[in-house]
Write a protein that binds this ligand. Sequence first.
Ligand SMILES: C[S@@+](CC[C@H](N)C(=O)[O-])C[C@H]1O[C@@H](n2cnc3c(N)ncnc32)[C@H](O)[C@@H]1O
Ligand SMILES: Nc1nc2[nH]cc(C(=O)O)c2c(=O)[nH]1
Ligand code: SF4
Ligand SMILES: [Mg+2]
Length: 245
Amino acid sequence: MTAGRETHIRVSEIFGPTIQGEGVLIGLPTVFVRTGGCDYRCSWCDTLHAVDSDYRDQWRPMSADEIWQEVTRLASNRPLTVSLSGGNPAIQPLGPLIERGHREGYRFALETQGSIAKDWFADLDVLVLSPKPPSSGMETDWDAFDACLRMAAEKPQIALKVVVFDDRDYLYARAAAARHPDLPVYLQPGNHTPPPPDDDDAKVDVDGIMDRMLWLVDKVTEDRWFEVRVLPQLHVLLWGNKRGV
Ligand SMILES: C[S@@+](CC[C@H](N)C(=O)[O-])C[C@H]1O[C@@H](n2cnc3c(N)ncnc32)[C@H](O)[C@@H]1O
Ligand SMILES: Nc1nc2[nH]cc(C(=O)O)c2c(=O)[nH]1
Ligand code: SF4
Ligand SMILES: [Mg+2]
């Protein structure tokens, strides 16, 4: 691998401004930089076009400079929060991009499952850690997760976000929250109708997601779990399974 390639970031898509549809920054205008490639393969992943290597030919190695030009063009040079997602963006060398954006007054939030720790996590403004519950088919490596927290070194704002499909997932979320009593926790009802990567118009069962949302609200209130927040994926309610929003 050449030195140049090591500094390049594999990008699946850059889009926005839109609003952040999930978790701690919900509703906030943002531009997304979605990287390509993931060390996980969750059974219900809604972003397979940035995970499955079948879509590799759609991912482009870009320099921090090239990405920055596109972000600032989309934002009309008005500083905003940039959301880094994927795939697993922690695989990519994002440090120089964050440094560049900070110099121009932008903020950075990152979404990752917590399986890979990077020293540049400490430069983020917001770190969203989204460990994966049993329904995903993935196993959580809590040592790796703890390494992510150590790398963040209490500098960014940190939130836990757990997708919940069923009772086992809910119990997993409770255990994850108990393990990290100082972190704010967001529960997100799973979308059981994630898009096949090639079908932008794939229908979403919004009623089904709302049923799961209501079930989750019942669970937390019955359990007197009063520190948690329960939020649907707002962008899915607004735009369904459409890509790039
Ligand atoms: C596509 S992932 C990319 C970032 C990173 N790989 C992660 O999982 O945190 C962004 C967020 O979408 C969530 N997500 C993925 N598929 C979903 C689905 N079918 N329903 C609800 N949330 C989903 C993930 O759990 C994660 O919190
Ligand atoms: N609007 C909007 N909000 C989001 N929050 C997390 C997203 C993601 O796919 O990581 C996402 C996304 O794709 N769009
Ligand atoms: S970790 Fe995130 S991007 Fe990777 S497969 Fe799971 S939900 Fe999709
Ligand atoms: Mg998404």
